[in-house]
Write a protein that binds this ligand. Structure first.
Ligand SMILES: [Zn+2]
Length: 201
């Protein structure tokens, strides 16, 4: 997969989408994310929920204020694949921000019906962390997605709940409570996400 790249201007509108963006949208059966559809739209409109939008506002503000590129790992799964990506967010002198995501690791797995876009859903929601893909369990604890769907009996395509995206406490702490990893390399200490409101991940 080619790197996925996009740029937001000082008003946080997407003004460029290049690299592997088109392929990624196509592979994830998300034609609504084609460059022609997203250009000119506010980046934050692509995130569901006030929590995520506020988190992104803070991240963008920190990046601009410190004028320092940051790199974050994140998960963006497809039904048949676990995917680990790494995003580098780079401020530019004109106040725009450049995003570049590369695929670090992809592993095929038995299909997770929960992530399919083409199945009927019941009224109930389950909450996934947008960064690490953990799922919030009824107990309130967060569990790795594959473990959670097994525990909750969400392994077949019948009677799937709807997906809601937020952020788990661990990822929130990493993003806002501690130092983020400069883009120069080394072990990651933070996580981040790309627009994925309508992606199957
Ligand atoms: Zn998380």
């Amino acid at each position: 997969m080619r790197p996925i790249e996009y740029v937001i201007d000082t008003d946080d509108r997407i003004v460029a989408a290049a690299g592997g963006w088109s392929e990624f949208a196509a592979e994830n059966d998300a034609p609504e994310l084609s460059p022609a559809r997203v250009l000119g739209t506010p980046l934050l409109d692509w995130f569901a929920g006030d929590d995520l939008r506020q988190l992104w506002r803070e991240l963008l503000a920190v990046c601009r204020r410190t004028n320092t590129a940051r790199t974050f790992p994140y998960r963006c799964d497809a039904p048949d694949f676990r995917r680990a990506l790494r995003m580098t967010l780079t401020p530019r002198p004109d106040g725009s921000l450049h995003f570049r995501s590369v695929l670090d690791h992809q592993q095929q797995r038995p299909r997770l019906e929960l992530l399919r876009r083409d199945i009927p859903r019941r009224e109930q929601f389950v909450l996934l962390c947008s960064w690490c893909k953990c799922m919030k369990m009824p107990s309130g604890a967060w569990a790795d997605l594959e473990i959670a769907v097994t525990r909750e009996g969400l392994l077949n395509g019948a009677d799937m709940p709807q997906l809601s995206h937020g952020i788990c406490p661990s990822c929130r702490d990493l993003l806002l409570g501690g130092p983020l990893q400069p883009a120069s390399g080394g072990p990651w200490t933070g996580t981040a996400s790309v627009p994925r409101r309508d992606l199957a991940c």
